[in-house]
Design a protein around this ligand. Structure first.
Ligand code: BG6
Length: 501
């Protein structure tokens, strides 16, 4: 069982506690943390919503709906028993501030129990996790403030935080009147991935890469998050959002900012977040009158994924007829600073693509003069491929001499497979972030300024695409997206590097 420190949250209050996200991600991650002994001994979990009639009902729901999502769910699992013992149910309607009295009482009870067990826990330190739609963020925070439940508290906000720059600002302003920035944990689960943090280790824990991590040596950077899944029962939500808001504004721009940032002076939350923010602010604005020169949007058509026929996006449940929502985005981005001036960063993401893969490819410039024949000038001969998922590895591609006569060159690679090194210690992204929030560690959460800088950059593309009546470019499910995505790179004399595994 984890030790309790004075900075730890005393209660984990999960709003939207029986929703899809809670069921698939949050509660299984908390359970994993329980199994690994990472939850503070005294932590209570309060599940707040109104879908169950009683705690007994909630227990039945946990058993039938959450348990199948657990990594270890044996019937006699001791961790499960400990886990459910921590759980209380608070039934309330989020839209009725007067209902929050029930939460206040439950927090008081929790504190009374906690204090008898731990002398230092004389103040309640709730962690409010808002796993609800963004429209409820402000009403929930206001209701908490009205009952004086925000002191010493933290609040975790799930994405999407807003719909565009204006709506995200409005939420940040209003939540910011109730909670100080250091109390607000904006979650982007990509930052909780081991592989993403490993990128920081690769860059700033080694001398090898940093000297060549700049325009003089790097020709281009590609970042891909490809999914084989479609909209998976979230059709109605996804159709109102699209890939640019769902993946680019947050996950892809966060990855880009980690690849491009300057070394922070420490891993302190402000040091890391400030450097990422500098990158986001240095993104070259997209040409508002020529969006097509830097951005491609697509929508999947019927096709085949893993040998199974899948329907077109427009035929999925919950999708508006003649929807123009994009399920694929490819972008050419530039970072306007001394380190990166002129280096194209190509980003792409999509649903129903050929593979599930998240990858960063750093392509180094060819040798300036080829003494060994043309092969040594071959584009992409030297590249570093950082694979984030499904498996985590790093490959360094280079050219070696082919054995035998003469001096023929042949591509080879060095590979480090992180699963082999670290498999038993790996933590899922949600677990890592929940544990950090419980302990009050902010470094892996997104600062308001980062979020708004990202919205500011995508805004002209959002506006342009909204104004169009023509549908996005179609692509076959199971392909790598529309041809225009390849053309975006071809115009720069480049191509997408799809790594074989
Ligand atoms: C979420 C998006 O943020 O990330 C989903 O809303 C997407 O649409 C998911 O499927 C991808 O996450 P991961 O960790 O599976 O790559």
């Amino acid at each position: 069982m984890g030790n309790t420190s004075p900075n730890d949250a005393t209660s984990f209050v999960l709003f939207g506690g029986t929703g899809d996200l809670a069921m698939r991600k949050i509660l299984p991650a908390l359970h994993e943390a329980e199994t690994a002994g990472r939850l503070p001994h005294a932590l209570r979990i309060l599940i707040v919503d109104r879908s169950c009639a009683s705690r007994a009902d909630l227990m039945a729901w946990l058993d039938t709906c959450v348990r199948p999502h657990l990594a270890q769910s044996g019937p006699a699992c001791a961790a499960w028993t400990r886990f459910v013992e921590r759980i209380e149910y608070v039934r309330l309607d989020f839209s009725r501030p007067q209902d929050f009295v029930a939460l206040r009482d439950a927090l008081r009870d929790a504190l009374r129990d906690t204090s008898t067990a731990h002398a230092h826990a004389t103040r309640e330190k709730p962690l409010y996790y808002l796993a609800t739609g963004p429209a409820l963020f402000v009403p929930i925070c206001r209701a908490l403030a009205a009952l004086d439940l925000t002191r010493d508290a933290r609040v975790v906000l799930e994405k999407p935080l807003g719909y565009d720059l204006q709506s995200s600002r409005q939420i940040n302003d209003e939540v910011g009147q109730i909670f100080a920035e250091e109390q607000i944990y904006r979650i982007d689960h990509y930052l909780g991935k081991e592989s993403v943090q490993n990128l920081l280790a690769l860059r700033f824990g080694n001398t090898l890469f940093e000297p060549v991590w700049r325009r003089e040596w790097v020709e281009s950077v590609q970042i891909t998050i490809a999914e084989q899944l479609g909209v998976e029962g979230r059709g109605e939500f996804y159709d109102s959002v699209g890939a640019l808001r769902d993946m680019v504004q947050n996950h892809l721009l966060q990855l880009l900012s980690i690849v491009a940032m300057e070394p922070p002076h420490s891993m302190d939350a402000n040091a890391v977040r400030d450097e990422k923010l500098r990158v986001l602010r240095a993104l070259k604005p997209v040409p508002a009158n020529d969006i097509d020169s830097v951005a491609v949007r697509g929508q999947y058509d019927a096709g085949v994924i893993r040998r199974e026929a899948v329907p077109a996006y427009a035929r999925e449940a919950g999708i508006a007829r003649a929807s123009t929502t994009e399920t694929f985005v490819a972008l050419r981005v530039e970072v306007e600073n001394w380190r990166w001036a002129g280096v194209p960063f190509f980003l792409r993401t999509g649903k129903r693509l050929a593979e599930r893969a998240a990858e960063i490819v750093i392509t180094f410039r060819p040798v300036p003069h080829s003494s060994l024949g043309n092969e040594s000038g071959r584009p992409g001969a030297n590249r570093l491929v950082i694979r984030l998922q499904p498996d985590e590895d790093i490959r360094l591609h280079w050219l070696a001499k082919r054995p035998g006569e003469g001096m023929a060159l042949q591509p080879v690679h060095l590979e480090i497979d992180f699963d082999r090194f670290f498999a038993p210690e790996r933590m899922d992204a949600y677990q890592r972030l929940l544990i950090d929030a419980i302990h009050g560690r902010l470094a892996l959460f997104v600062h308001r300024d980062e979020q708004e800088a990202a919205w500011r950059w995508v805004e002209p593309i959002l506006r342009d695409w909204k104004a169009r009546t023509a549908p996005p470019r179609p692509y076959l499910a199971g392909s790598w997206g529309p041809a225009a995505s390849s053309a975006l790179l071809a115009r720069a004399g480049m191509c997408w590097m799809e790594e074989e595994h």
